[in-house]
Each structure stands twice: as C-alpha cells, then as structure tokens.
Design a protein around this ligand. Structure first.
Ligand SMILES: [Zn+2]
Length: 149
C-alpha cells in the first residue's frame, strides 16, 4: 500500500489529477510514462512515447507516425487555443510594461528580447496546454475502454 502512494506523490506535482484521490488509477498506467512537462517539451505520443505528437512547433499532428494513434479523436484544444494565446499576450504586455517602468531599457534591447521571448512563451504554453489536454483525453479513453464502453 505504501509503494503506490509514494509513487503518486512523486508524479503528483505535474498536476495531472488529484494524487491522493486516485493513487491506484495513477499507478496502473503510468508505468514508464514520461512526465507531462517532458511530454510537452518533446511532444511525446501518449500511447507509444515517441516524439510524434507535434507536426509543427505548436500544432498537433493528425496521427502518430510510430503507432498510428489518431490524435484528432483526442485533441479538443483547438477552439480554446486562441483564448490561451490572448491570455499569454495580455500577460506578456503586462510584463513588458512592468519592465519598461522598472528599468526603462532602450527600445532596441526591448525589441530584441520581447520578440523571441514572446514566440517562445506562446509556443511553449500552447504545447503544454495541448499536451495536457490530449493526455487527459487519452486517459479518459483508456478508462472507457477498460469499462467495456
Ligand atoms: Zn504513438
């Protein structure tokens, strides 16, 4: 009993689901599964773990090239992706204004910094958001299959 609980606490920081509530469920299919952060960073397929999830930096592929898993059946983030992007933009504008007021750097330095930083932050957040969503969908699908749905 103590071992799965320890495991789930270890995995729980990724915030996939309440670690104390479904400790048993977590330990069942997280065998060798990478953490969500790693999955988002490398774009790992939820079924085979190969880096096939993204066909473009922030665009989910149609199917997994390695195992053929249909990502279109899982991905539900397309509609909200715009909203997430707007949210990131708002946060970045706030941060840019804050930096401008605090240290007042020259314009060329700001342009040099905020350009790449904005692109990286947007792509990174969208990747993480889409991966989290897709893995959640995959978990639900696995559960439904296990229940013989
Ligand atoms: Zn795969």
């Amino acid at each position: 009993m103590a071992v799965p609980l320890h495991r789930s606490v270890h995995l729980g920081w990724l915030g996939r689901s309440g670690p104390l509530i479904d400790a048993d469920q977590q330990s069942k299919h997280s065998e060798g599964q990478p953490g969500l952060f790693q999955a988002a960073l490398s774009g790992l397929c939820p079924r085979c773990g190969k880096p096939t999830l993204f066909e473009a930096p922030a665009s989910v592929a149609i199917t997994c090239e390695a195992c053929g898993l249909d990502f279109t059946k899982l991905e539900r983030g397309a509609r909200l992706a715009g909203l997430v992007t707007i949210l990131i933009a708002a946060l970045l504008i706030g941060a840019a204004i804050g930096v401008d007021i605090a240290i007042n750097p020259p314009f060329w330095l700001q342009a040099l910094f905020w350009g790449p930083f904005t692109i990286a932050a947007t792509i990174g957040t969208l990747r993480f958001y889409k991966t989290a969503l897709l893995y959640r969908q995959y978990d639900i699908q696995i559960e439904q299959k296990a229940q013989g749905e």
